[in-house]
Design a protein around this ligand. Sequence first.
Ligand SMILES: [Zn+2]
Length: 381
Amino acid sequence: MANSLSALRESNRRMVTEAVRNAGTLTQAQLARTTGLSPATVSTIVRELRDLGVLAITSGGGRRNAVTLAPETGLLVGIDFGHSHLRVAIGEVTRQVLAERAIPFDVDASAAEGLLAAELLVDELLEAVGAERDDILGVGLGVPGPIDPLTGILGSSTILPGWVGINPALAMEERLGLAVHVDNDANLGALAEATWGAARGRRDVAYLKVASGVGASIIIDGRVYRGASGAAGELGHITIDENGRLCRCGNRGCLETLAGGLYLTELVRATHGPGVTVSRLVELAVSGDVGCRRVIGDAGRHLGVAVASLCNILNPGLVVVGGALAEAGALLIDPILEVVRRLAIPSAAAVLAVVPGVLGERAGVLGALASVQVSNIESAL
Ligand SMILES: [Zn+2]
């Protein structure tokens, strides 16, 4: 009984904190309406969370008892490593982005080169906004591979071969002298879309990142589900065709070999020349190229098979599709939906919406910014 009471209290605290984080600022009456908790319970929880340093209550002015996240000052840094870019942003806890810059990043570069480039970019942006490292509350770092939640080490990945076995958070902490929270790009994309974008306010969401590779993130009851070893959401490596192409993970016929940009661009190079990138493939498809439309449509149908299974297991209300391939919009989304409607159990398919993400290539870095607040809150609760 004691356990279930404390679990209920923790869950209520989490719900209140997330409501404030999503809205930026709320009155206690609005909090009661948003969470469905009684005004008395909200009042108790807000007081407790204020004492824990998670929330702040401001009185006076136009809004009585406005509740915000605490502290209200300080800067957040987001760093996002992708297959071919490095993007850094500096934001405020109020979620305003003050400065942001992306540079091309050589995927074959060593971890040390990547981390150095990120450090230089952070300092450059700090100078641009007239701030110093001391002003930073925390750093969120996104990497395109699974992170073991116990060791913090990047798992096997041929997307960043120079990074395998590295603890990116620790290595970045040593460079910046600041607390660094690390997560994979799909989890951060999901967090960004849930905070700013297409999944705002939704508590049960799956996010697919379809770019060079295929990744997914699963949000259950408002929190990213990580699994026993941080590998939850590795949707790109479920088997679609047991006798299919060899995948970079060592398996054959993974979803990624049928829908990942690295593999799709290979398909069109024979007909469209050697220089076709994922973005160019999408561009060509959108402008009406029949072959590129076919390739993206087929990728969508394969993704649909995986999403239908996901639907039967987790019954999400919303699937947000991000990553460079999602820029193809309906050309990718419609075939996913068509297959889901055919394969998933009707009661799960009926409630599912599949939409493209709205944050584009900024999703990773915005998620990294949001992750700093989430990890600070998690450690306080
Ligand atoms: Zn694989």
